[in-house]
Design a protein around this ligand. Structure first.
Ligand SMILES: Cc1cc2nc3c(=O)[nH]c(=O)nc-3n(C[C@H](O)[C@H](O)[C@H](O)COP(=O)(O)OP(=O)(O)OC[C@H]3O[C@@H](n4cnc5c(N)ncnc54)[C@H](O)[C@@H]3O)c2cc1C
Length: 290
């Protein structure tokens, strides 16, 4: 591994200043489960590694029914799914957090790192999108907010500019009648990259018999995780029936732009999108009705 300097940032502004000063030669360290591997394999190079885990707001995990979830960018997966109230309210997110790597990886890996790494197959990104997560970003011009569906710009690339740090993710508190789920297909039972991943969420009305809003997001079928608003829109005003679910799944299938690679052909992936969208929607509706 190429030698680099290591600094523990004191606060978000300190990290942002260091990033800007290094002019692209500094990297943020959260859990390090992507970064250290990439440095070791010389896929990326850095003169400076900035550890953000000691920044209180980056390590913060809070939830209340008014302000919703505030998930610091470096909070590791295990803290999220071991928080009983968060696990109950954000089931789609928990599906993803429990899939990333194995227990050892989940002890370090953060959803902020998963998002900033910007893999098209990243498991947490479709789940964050269907939970309507917003990125809280600190940069040279101050703070700004960006929806997760607008964060990734290409494989491995994001909208973060020089000097930008992802500080936290904010997710609104779910209302009664909300349910979400994330599913992925992998050829093995664990420790593999998604061939396709699908997140789905629904909001049901008070009687739990009509869908008032829905969100569907796909992983591993486009250069970036793909939000498919038209699939969610097709469910609005519908009863949560098999026909409505199948129609939304067909729309999601048509929106996918997969490639063929060693994990599967484009046609296979399109087929999986329809199957997993049906299953994820069904699970989200079951959770919303529970
Ligand atoms: C064995 C193994 C299995 C894995 N399995 C899966 C899997 O099943 N599903 C999956 O999706 N991923 C998987 N991964 C990839 C990885 O674990 C995840 O992407 C993880 O969530 C990354 O989080 P991290 O905190 O370790 O990020 P880091 O490695 O610390 O950072 C990742 C990248 O994001 C940048 N970064 C991190 N935080 C910020 C920030 N706050 N602001 C700006 N930039 C930032 C870093 O500089 C780096 O480029 C696996 C990795 C390993 C080693």
């Amino acid at each position: 591994m190429q030698p680099f300097r290591y600094i523990r940032a004191q606060n978000a502004e300190h990290a942002a200043t260091l990033l800007q000063q290094q002019n692209g030669r500094a990297r943020i360290l959260a859990g390090g489960t992507d970064l250290i591997v990439a440095l070791r394999e010389h896929r990326i190079e850095a003169d400076l590694v900035i550890d953000i885990k000691g920044i209180p707001e980056v390590d913060e995990l809070t939830f209340d029914a008014h302000d919703g979830l505030r998930l610091g960018a470096a909070v590791p997966c295990h803290r999220i799914y071991n928080h009983a109230e968060i696990a109950r309210c954000f089931a789609g997110l928990i599906d993803a957090a429990q899939l990333i790597g194995g227990v050892q990886v989940q002890g370090r890996a953060s959803l902020g790192g998963n998002l900033c790494n910007a893999s098209p197959a990243a498991d947490s990104i479709p789940a964050l999108i269907v939970h309507s997560a917003i990125c809280d970003i600190a940069g040279p011009q101050g703070r700004r907010h960006v929806a997760v569906e607008d964060f990734c710009s290409a494989p491995g690339r994001t909208i973060l500019q020089a000097g930008d740090l992802l500080v936290a993710l904010r997710i609104p508190a779910p209302q009664p009648g909300f349910g979400a789920a994330y599913l992925r297909f992998i050829p093995r039972n664990e420790m593999d990259i998604a061939v396709v991943g699908v997140g789905a969420s629904v909001q049901l009305d008070e009687s739990r018999t009509m869908i008032t809003s829905a969100r569907i997001a796909l992983g591993a079928v486009a250069p970036t995780p793909l939000y498919v608003p038209e699939a969610g829109a097709a469910l609005i005003g519908q009863a949560p029936s098999a026909e409505a679910i199948a129609h939304a799944a067909d729309i999601a299938r048509a929106a996918a732009r997969p490639i063929s690679d060693m994990r599967g052909t484009a046609e296979y992936r399109r087929h999986l999108v329809a199957v997993l969208t049906r299953r994820a929607l069904t699970k989200a509706i079951e959770r919303a009705q529970a």
